[in-house]
Structures are given as C-alpha cells and as structure tokens.
Design a protein around this ligand. Structure first.
Ligand code: ZN
Ligand code: ZN
Length: 384
C-alpha cells in the first residue's frame, strides 16, 4: 500500500492526498483504469490525472525521488516546514524533459502554488530563487543531521562499547583531527601510550600487564583515559562527516538510492552478535554483527578484543539494541534481501533514539509494504 504513495509522489501528486488515496485502497493500477475526468472529481489535478491515466510523462525514477526527499528532510525548502509536500520541477518537465535531481525541489502546497504563479511581485518564486533556496536548505539539513548524531551519546548512562581504532586513526589523519587538543592527551603522552602527534604507540608494546589486556584491549587503569581520548576524537571526526540516518529510511528502495559504497551512515536498533573466531581472549576475537528487518540486512565484522569494557563485550553478544556508525563497503541485492556490508567505526549503547518525532512524512511514505519493522530472526545456522 505504501508503495502507492511513492508511485503517486513520482507522478507529482501531493503527499497527504496520495496517502489518503492509498489508505482507502487505491493502487496505481486501479487508478490507471479510472478516466481523467473521474480522477479530477476525486481530487487529482488535471495535470496529475493526465500523468496517471495517459502517462503524459514518465514518473520520476524512485531512486531520484528518494534522494531528493531525504536530502530535503521531506520538507519545503522555502518555509522548511514538515507539512504536505509536492515534488516540483524547477524547469518545467514540458520544457526540460528532465527528472534529474538538480531539477527537482520539494515544496509545500502553498509555495508550490507560488512557484507556478506568474505575477509581477518581486517575491515571486523564480527558478533562480528556488535553486538558491534549495541549495541553502540542503546544507541546513546536513547540519541538522550532523548535530543530531553528535548529540546521541548525551544520556549519562550511554557508553561507546566499541571503537574501530585502526580505521578511526586513519580517518583522524585523513580528516585532519588535531589529536593534541583531545582530552587526556597530556596524560596519555606522559604515560607513554601515544606519540607526540597524538597517534598511538604500537598497542602490543604498551607497558601494561598482559593479564590486563587478555579479554579486551584497555582492561587496565589508564584504559578509561584512552577510551575518553578516542571518544573525543570520534566526536571531532563526526563534525566533519555527513551522515545518512538509516532509522528514517528503513526500506529497500530508499537504502538502494542512498547507501552507495563509501557512504557514512548511522543506524539504531536491534542487532545480533556472534563470535565467529572461536577465540575469546587476545587479539582476533572476530565477531559478526547484523541487523535484519524488512528484507534488509546491515552486516559488519569486528574484533571484540577492541571493546571498551567487559560489560561492552557482553553487550555485543547475542541480541542488543545499539547505535552503529558505519561506512558502507558494498550493497548486494539477493532474491529476497538487500545486504549492506560495511565497516563499523563505533558502536554505542544507551544512546538517544533518533526517530522520535522526526520526518513524519517519511514514516508513511517509506515504511514499506511489510508492517513489522523489528522482526528479527536469529538463525544459528545461517551465520556459519
Ligand atoms: Zn513552503
Ligand atoms: Zn510544480
């Protein structure tokens, strides 16, 4: 049913109206069988009725629609309000024949009306003004998403269970994070854990008892200082990365449109973890983690020796609700599953939940056909 809403948005129908039509049981196929006069009586505009019934223009490709909606936060780029929206062609279709994302802009009905009104007033929504407003709004949305992610570890009881220390160190360097400014830098330098430039000395050469690093890498007194140091570095890094937030877009078409290799994304929800190495001490405790729901699977592997505490190690076994920060490596579509293989940068526990009160449009447009979101099945065999 929800795919009907998307199909209608692809054909220029406003979002709430599309949702009403879908909720009373119409599908695109059914609508195609209704003549245009009747469609107009039902409340479609003449233009959208022609598009649906006579296929006057091809629909906006769904991956383009998905991207445009997500990047605009499902909101009008003029008033920035999360109300009924429509996808508008900046240069009209008749003229441009272009569904390119650069030619599309999300508008509320009021501003859509204005964009189609030619009047003498200087406040008219010209193409230039639309383009400018869109560009600005997209930047703002990126900033909003970034801040949302930065605020996640706010609750006092929240904790990073895991950092991908090797990958993070690479990123710190690539993104120019000044490690000397991080908390505990002086302490860790004096104690001999880090070099002058803030990079870690070889971990296995740290002057710590092998007993203290048997189960996880920082099981000694200074470990909490190291954890804090990396956490600080990670937060600095997040200020320089634009996240895609998967909570909002947990459906195949949206993920396919947005998650290409190399994309940074954050996902929250129930994951399953399983040690696949058979090793429970020392380096190389390879662990597989995955979240699977609605035919989508997010999967990564990591060494749980790098967990930040022994309780972190137990959080990251079996089923656990977590926040995962990932970089996509490949997206594979099998017959009934879309699998995103990724590198996990960090895993958090007890974090703020992003979805509350966000993107109400995405909630009805993008929850796919299946109703259950958190249907997990944990099949021991399948992991082998
Ligand atoms: Zn508006
Ligand atoms: Zn329009």
């Amino acid at each position: 049913m929800k795919s009907t809403v998307r199909a209608l948005l692809q054909r220029g129908v406003p979002s709430d109206f599309a949702n009403n039509i879908a909720s009373i049981g119409y599908t695109l196929d059914k609508l195609k069988q209704i003549n245009t006069e009747k469609l107009v009586e039902m409340g479609f505009s003449q233009e959208t009725a022609d598009i649906i019934n006579k296929e006057k223009r091809p629909p906006i490709p769904s991956n383009v629609l998905n991207k445009v909606l997500y990047e605009s936060n499902y909101s009008c780029c003029i008033c920035k309000k999360n109300k009924e929206i429509i996808v508008h062609h900046i240069v009209p279709w008749e003229e441009s024949k272009s569904h390119h994302e650069d030619n599309l802009v999300v508008l509320c009905l009021e501003h859509h009306g204005e964009a189609h009104t030619k009047h003498e007033l200087s406040l008219n929504l010209t193409r230039e003004r639309l383009l400018h407003a869109k560009r600005q709004w997209l930047e703002e949305v990126k900033e909003i998403n970034k801040n949302l992610i930065l605020d996640l570890p706010k609750p006092a009881f929240s904790f990073f269970d895991y950092f991908n220390i090797n990958r993070l160190c690479e990123l710190f360097e690539q993104r120019g994070i000044n490690l000397c400014e991080l908390s505990n830098y002086d302490y860790l330098f004096d104690a001999g854990f880090i070099n002058k430039d803030g990079s870690f000395k070889p971990i296995l050469k740290w002057n710590v008892s092998s007993r203290d690093i048997k189960y996880y890498w920082i099981g000694f007194f200074e470990g909490t200082y190291i954890n804090r140091y990396i956490k600080d570095g990670f937060q600095s890094l997040l200020k320089k990365m634009d996240p895609i937030i998967l909570n909002d877009i947990w459906n195949k078409s949206q993920i396919e449109a947005l998650i290409t290799p190399g994309v940074f994304f954050v996902v929250q929800g129930a994951f399953y973890f399983k040690n696949i190495s058979g090793k429970y001490g020392g380096i190389g405790q390879q662990t597989k983690g995955y979240r699977r729901a609605n035919g989508i699977r997010i999967e990564f592997e990591f060494d749980s020796w790098y967990c930040n505490s022994s309780s972190s190690k137990s959080h990251l076994s079996g089923r656990s609700v977590i926040t995962a920060y990932c970089i996509s490596r490949s997206v594979i579509k099998s017959e009934n599953e879309l699998i995103v293989f990724c590198t996990v940068l960090a895993i958090g526990n007890g974090f703020e939940n992003i979805t509350n009160g966000r993107s109400f449009i995405s909630q009805y447009v993008y929850k796919d056909e299946e109703e259950e979101l958190d249907e997990m099945d944990f099949d021991e065999h399948e992991i082998e």
